[in-house]
Design a protein around this ligand. Sequence first.
Ligand SMILES: NC(=O)c1ccc[n+]([C@@H]2O[C@H](COP(=O)([O-])OP(=O)(O)OC[C@H]3O[C@@H](n4cnc5c(N)ncnc54)[C@H](OP(=O)(O)O)[C@@H]3O)[C@@H](O)[C@H]2O)c1
Length: 304
Amino acid sequence: MTEILVTGASGFVGSRLFRTLVADGHSVTGTFATHEARIPTVKGHAQCVQLDLEDDASIERAFRASWPEVVVHTAAMSELRACESDPDRAQRVNVAASEKLARIAAAFGSRFILLSTDQVFDGARGNYSENDEPSPIHVYGRTKLDAEVAVRRAHPAALVLRLALVYGASPSGARTPNEQVVTQIRSGGRPKLFSDEYRSPVLVDDVVRAIVELLTDKTTTLLHLGGPDRIARVEFGRQVAAAYGLDPGAIDAVRLADSDLVPKRPPDLSFDTGRARSCLRYPPRSVAEGIAALVAGTAGAEPG
Ligand SMILES: NC(=O)c1ccc[n+]([C@@H]2O[C@H](COP(=O)([O-])OP(=O)(O)OC[C@H]3O[C@@H](n4cnc5c(N)ncnc54)[C@H](OP(=O)(O)O)[C@@H]3O)[C@@H](O)[C@H]2O)c1
């Protein structure tokens, strides 16, 4: 049994991770900021503590509640528009707090895993590997890249996991790209999705599986975690619709190049996932496999 601190256990990725780690028999402390009820109720060694990443004393309290062997830091200000409209807060939550937590973890001798993002790239080229130079174009991407640098400075052995677009089932039922498509079409709406924005979507259950593999594996310091497909957002949405028995034609293709979205979105954030495929026993599934598993309710099952 490993003592693990999962920050952001009320979030999309953190809640799935929390559930899996407790089910695997670990002793897990999960943090929330405002949504305690979104932390899964599970039998086992588990506790929930409130955490305010803008408050150093709160970060120290969360650490002391757990004295963890491993910290998986998923909590973040993850909404692009919120970061853009309050960059100072995004800096405090995403950068300063990550550095503080990593420093405490290093002093205590805990392994530290930071969840970062494909949004550290500008999206001009795509197929990004761990060797490519990041150059973020919005506040969210910049703060996540700054967090990577700050965490590495504070804890040189930390693992940074850059996630591609993550899909799956969220605690709110409204967080993920697949949930948004299904909800909008079922309520008679016509989702508009970009035909010229490319990602390498990854199923949340595959992200969790990778983190479980990497809990104690100290060989990797940076890993791109995405699925094997480079796929346009509109094509992803249409595959989701079809798999759920909905009309893919209800989704309208629009062009990112013609949009005035603020902040601007990087056009191609697809990942080269060669390193993940070579170092993980169960590399992420394709979009077709992932969506089929979601529909069948087998996404979280053990690989055969
Ligand atoms: N989802 C994706 O597609 C994706 C892609 C790439 C990278 N990532 C990265 O993966 C990680 C998890 O993302 P996610 O989608 O699971 O995020 P999420 O669903 O938005 O969850 C964010 C979590 O952070 C907590 N949090 C937010 N502000 C906080 C604060 N000031 N103090 C303490 N806790 C705070 C939230 O708590 P409450 O809800 O209780 O307020 C929640 O538990 C993030 O680091 C994100 O950058 C996600």
